[in-house]
Design a protein around this ligand. Sequence first.
Ligand code: SF4
Ligand code: SF4
Length: 265
Amino acid sequence: MLNEPEQVTADLLDAHRTAKQSGKIRFAGVSTHFNMDKMLAHLATLGRIDVVLTTYNFAMRSVAAAMNTNPDAPKTDMTEAIRSARKAGLGIVAMKVMAGGVSRVQRGDRLYGANPQVLSKRLSQTGVPVAAIKWALKNESVDTAMVCMTNNEQLDENLRAMAGPYTQEDESLLMSRLASIGPNYCRMCGSCGGTCEKGVPVPDVLRFLTYAEGYGQFALARERFLEIPQPVRDVRCSNCAACSFRCAYGVAVRNRLTHAYEVLA
Ligand code: SF4
Ligand code: SF4
């Protein structure tokens, strides 16, 4: 997972070339979670990358920033960034198209106590998963979307999303969803990376929380969290009167991090 242009090293590109020459891979790819627009532009100039796996969902469109009352909200337009990269010859695979998992939490976990479906019910909003997939795929420059499927119902939803056009009803569902996830859903713009003086990797921890709550993958979330150095895992955001960083998208960073540490630490 590479989030800064300088992480795309000559060694990596050489490893790609060697793997291609030896027939181990047909296409060289890079995946990116943050700074996606900058990464797409950079990768397109290299001429050495075939395909990019990038976060892309309805919460990232420019209208999302327009809805935000904060004038400092990022104006990143991922739809255009993807179009430009595709034009330059990159294959585009979208991930995280559900903007946090929405209603797809199905598997229970002891984290959620005796009634693991409570979280699922709270997050559930009929029609949103289909609308979210349709939204990503309506960008003609998206070649495919990587969407989880853990049961037949989700398989049916995915097939419906591929079969139908994006409608006004889908738009209304997503606008309403956007309003409801506002303070909780991190758009993964990466702006808060490196801002915590105590070393908390804010965007990463928020992403781990999404693994647990949005996708029901607590084990994965905990595994990633344990990769953070112990002194940083011992930090408690609840000990800060306020977070030193203010998210331009309106994510309640301190609250979300406090919750993430309660769940994962
Ligand atoms: S919390 Fe806000 S600033 Fe930080 S990555 Fe998420 S959307 Fe960007
Ligand atoms: S609340 Fe405090 S410890 Fe947590 S990220 Fe913000 S500044 Fe860092």
